[in-house]
Design a protein around this ligand. Structure first.
Ligand SMILES: [Zn+2]
Ligand SMILES: [Zn+2]
Ligand SMILES: [Zn+2]
Ligand SMILES: [Zn+2]
Length: 353
């Protein structure tokens, strides 16, 4: 068995668990929670495996291939997997994504440790399970797309799971119907609900608005996301972008890159005056959440990353290269920021990456 075979069998198994987690929900909701959560954990491990097999072992320094093959080694927890994906593969799993997986895992642990006799007939408990599945799948699907170079052999499985999830969310219809009066009231006060990208129901209501940037929360499944309204840089029509990274215009099909979103969100006049006055908070900043370069723009009192859609309330300058950044710059004089190596770098030159 080669390393690639192990990756392949782990990933195949993950999709098998995911399918079970979705399909057995109605008859056995408890097992659906357990299987769905196991699938998420396995896919995070599979991603780590593409760096090195020993990374999915809890103590990589004690990793031994023979023992690993025999299934005789403790594997990483979900938190360890996240930390290693960040530290070794340099890919951050955002808080909202990880929190959705964490909620799933806590629920799974509760299901395992405490006998809940009537979960099968408890409509509220079941709606909660589906909502957790919808939110986790939304984030997992996004990660799998981002990790397409590693998971491209599983595109069919990913598409099948996505179709199954769309079908799965119908179990939230009762909750959506029950919320109808409140949703109508929100609409009447100008907070028009839009379709939720996790569960599909028209129940995503703006929580906070910063001009063209809206933070939405779905009242059916509790999914939160950020949407941006801009003019398409190609056809100048009004569009709403709801996902991070690269989007396409619904009118002309043109690709819209984070740089273009940043440009469209920048108040060029205010920035020009601000910078001329020496207010460097108007300079394009680097993102501490996704590490992207100059994608953070100021909108009034908030700082918005046009790549990962992270909203931050402040920027700090790197103490070494002076680039503004939304992350923590506490030790940046020595360690640098995401775009410089700080003083610790050989020669201590002030270089931008
Ligand atoms: Zn929803
Ligand atoms: Zn367009
Ligand atoms: Zn970002
Ligand atoms: Zn720096």
């Amino acid at each position: 068995m080669t390393h690639h075979d192990i990756f392949d069998s782990l990933t195949r198994n993950a999709f098998d668990f995911l399918e079970r987690g979705i399909s057995e929900f109605d008859k056995a909701p408890k097992y659906s929670v357990i299987h769905f959560c196991a699938a998420v954990e396995m896919l995070l491990k599979a991603r780590l495996m593409r760096e090195h097999w020993s990374l999915i072992v809890s103590k990589p320094d004690q990793a031994n291939l023979a023992k690993f093959m025999a299934g005789d080694l403790a594997s990483v927890t979900m938190d360890e997997a996240r930390a290693r994906i960040r530290d070794i593969a340099c890919e951050d799993i955002a808080d909202d994504a990880f929190n959705s997986f964490r909620t799933l895992a806590n629920h799974r642990n509760k299901m395992i440790h405490f006998f809940h006799a009537d979960v099968d007939s408890d409509g509220q408990a079941k709606a909660q399970i589906i909502a957790e599945h919808c939110r986790s799948w939304f984030h997992l699907h996004r990660l799998l797309n981002r990790w397409d170079p590693f998971f491209r052999d599983f595109r069919d499985e990913i598409a099948r799971a996505d179709r199954a999830m769309k079908e799965h969310s119908k179990y939230l219809r009762a909750k959506f119907k029950a919320l109808k009066p409140e949703l109508d009231a929100a609409r009447n006060t100008g907070n028009k609900p839009s379709a939720c990208n996790a569960c599909g129901f028209k129940a995503a209501v703006p929580d906070a608005l910063y001009d063209q940037i809206a933070l939405l929360r779905c009242w059916v499944c509790d999914h939160t996301e950020t949407q941006v309204e801009i003019e398409c840089p190609h056809c100048n029509k009004h569009i709403v972008i709801a996902s991070e990274g690269y989007a396409t215009c619904e009118h002309c099909g043109g690709a819209i890159e984070p740089e273009q979103v940043a440009d469209a969100l920048t108040d060029h006049d205010a920035a020009h005056i601000g910078i001329a006055d020496g207010d460097d908070r108007w300079e394009p900043a680097n993102c501490g959440a996704c590490d992207d370069y100059h994608t953070v723009v100021r909108r009034g009192d908030i700082y918005f990353c046009a790549n990962c859609f992270d909203v931050s309330d402040h920027v700090e300058q790197c103490e070494w290269c002076n680039e503004p950044n939304t992350g923590n710059m506490e030790h940046s004089y020595v360690a640098g920021c995401n775009h410089c190596d700080g003083k610790a770098a050989r020669g201590g030159r002030r270089t931008a990456k």
